[in-house]
Design a protein around this ligand. Structure first.
Ligand SMILES: [Mn+2]
Length: 303
């Protein structure tokens, strides 16, 4: 009996949090609700939105998509989970109209009564002296505890503090899936050039394959370390960013949630009124996102 109720609880947890909807159910819902409204046009209301790693101030930031996301998604509480501004690249500072629009959208949310909580990361650590204060209507905190509508307590932090304990070569994780696909194509050409120069054969693709494997290992080790730290804090789950790899999964007793980034995956973590958590990939939803990749590469680790 106890086992049955535990399984039931776990199933309920899994279903409500991240089990994909059964196609049958979706079809039934569509019949009831009519044709689905294309995402990106209607305004969606969420209880909470978590975004991080937008890297405003760099060319990498997908600011048009982010501004479009903010325009079409409202919430009671918005968590900015670090690396929102990228001040490291101050010499290569890049600012666009779209990035300005992103800031304006956040300010508009504050004016409309959205509570905005800013958890600085390592690229926007210039905000860390403001911890415990309110800046531009945003509460700046080192970390936060978010309580879901379902009563789950989630620790919210950027996650850079775990870099030192991972132990994999981080720079290798820079190499993503797409680089590998490209390398496969370049490999033959490279071989021909090296042969013409009298150099021995060297496989770029094999080299990158090892790098991708390392990136995958890096991500899973990071996730486990963050989850372990959260377990030590007595919370039900943890929300972080930093590694640019959106994820929702259970690690031991901890629900590990990573909201991804707005450089590659253009993803946000959202909570609905009932406490269900989901990752939204705006590149798939917004009409102008058609040219963006449907699936993010394993990871694009910030320096
Ligand atoms: Mn970071």
């Amino acid at each position: 009996m106890q086992k049955a109720s535990r399984i039931l609880a776990e199933t309920a947890w899994r279903r409500s949090f991240y089990a994909p909807e059964k196609p049958k159910e979706t079809a039934r819902r569509q019949r009831r609700a009519g044709p689905p409204v294309p995402r990106g046009r209607a305004v969606h209301n969420h209880r909470t939105i978590f975004i991080s790693d937008t890297h405003l101030g760099t060319r990498g930031c997908k600011a048009e998509l982010l501004a479009d996301f903010l325009k079409h998604n409202d919430c009671d509480t918005l968590y900015l989970v670090g690396d929102i501004f990228d001040i490291w690249q101050v010499k290569r500072w890049y600012w666009s109209k779209a990035q300005e629009e992103v800031v304006r959208e956040v300010m508009r949310k504050i004016e409309n009564g959205t509570r905005v909580i800013y958890v600085p990361g390592n690229h926007d650590e210039f905000l860390r002296p403001y911890i415990g204060q309110t800046a531009f209507g945003m509460e700046v905190v080192l970390e936060a505890i978010h309580e879901t509508a379902g009563g789950k307590r989630l620790l919210v932090l950027h996650g850079d503090k775990f870099d030192g304990v991972i132990g994999c070569a981080k720079w290798l994780a820079h190499v993503g899936d797409r680089a590998y696909t490209l390398a496969l194509r370049l490999n033959d050409g490279l071989h021909a050039v090296r042969r013409a120069l009298g150099l021995p054969y060297w496989s770029l693709s094999a080299y990158l394959k090892r790098a991708v494997k390392n990136a995958v290992e890096y991500v899973s080790r990071y996730e486990e370390i963050v989850a372990r730290a959260a377990a030590g804090r007595g919370v039900d789950g943890v929300v972080c960013g930093h590694i640019h790899h959106a994820e929702i999964r259970k690690i031991g007793d901890i629900l590990y949630l990573n909201d991804g980034d707005w450089v590659e995956s253009c993803s946000a973590l959202v909570e609905d009124a009932r406490g269900n958590l989901e990752i939204l990939r705006w590149a798939n939803s917004a009409p102008q996102g058609a040219s963006h990749p449907a699936i993010a590469p394993p990871a694009l680790i910030p320096a």
